[in-house]
Write a protein that binds this ligand. Sequence first.
Ligand code: NDP
Length: 252
Amino acid sequence: MEAASAGGAPAAPQKPWALVTGGSRGIGAAISKALAQAGHPILLNYRSNDAAAEAVKAEIEAAGGKVRLLRFDVVDREAAFAAIDGLVAEGLPIGVLVNNAGISADNAFPMMTPEQWDPIMRVNLDGFYNVTQKLVMPMIRLRKGRIINISSVSGVIGNRGQVNYSAAKAGLIGATKALAIECAKRGVTVNAVAPGLIETDMVVDAPLDIIKKHIPMRRFGQPEEVAALVAFLASDAAGYITGQVISISGGL
Ligand code: NDP
């Protein structure tokens, strides 16, 4: 039976939980806030920065939202599987997954070391598998789910000095398209968002003035702009969009 509100009208059904990886800073923090604003309780994953995660949690709670912090490294398969298994065993309905955790380590390819290649694959690509694989069946059982993978324009068009990052982000696009086909009949959509240059800690060391000249809009994007797109893809209104890569790049 539906609960009735004080006015007698049926209360809005509780939205499912949204899990955001790398939700403590930058784009992931903005996504966590936007999804909380849309009414989702948030499972906020991060790797190590407790203070940043606590700050995002406090901000969401002050606005009336609900947050649980989930500290684990998405590269650590055992930890990721254990965390997801625990949530599923608890019976938590997780209807939105945003695979946002990501890192970069730029270098010209002839100089690129194994230490610059391996972690980029592990976080950006293996992280997708480690978090997503055990969540797909529960979403299918809910008959409704939204998986949104944060790729990059670098994975769409390739970028100088980012052979590692472009490869990992292009891999994520392939995974998005294939999983979208597998899930399409089951009410679960899978899409990728490909940001251009967004003002976060990740880009502080980049030659921003030079890069800006190559962006048709002549400005960097803000995390909140990416978050608004993700919140739309997570919404009921986006139910017929799947298998797509949507760029948000100022025209790059
Ligand atoms: P930031 O460096 O600002 O934040 C990264 C976040 O990811 C932090 O919350 C960090 O947590 C978390 N994180 C990093 N590694 C791991 C891990 N192994 N396990 C769990 N959490 C992890 O990055 P951005 O906000 O700039 O980037 C977010 C996503 O957007 C990434 O996938 C990135 O590749 C993508 N992107 C970014 C662009 C940009 O211009 N900024 C452009 C295109 C794509 P902690 O602090 O605890 O380590």
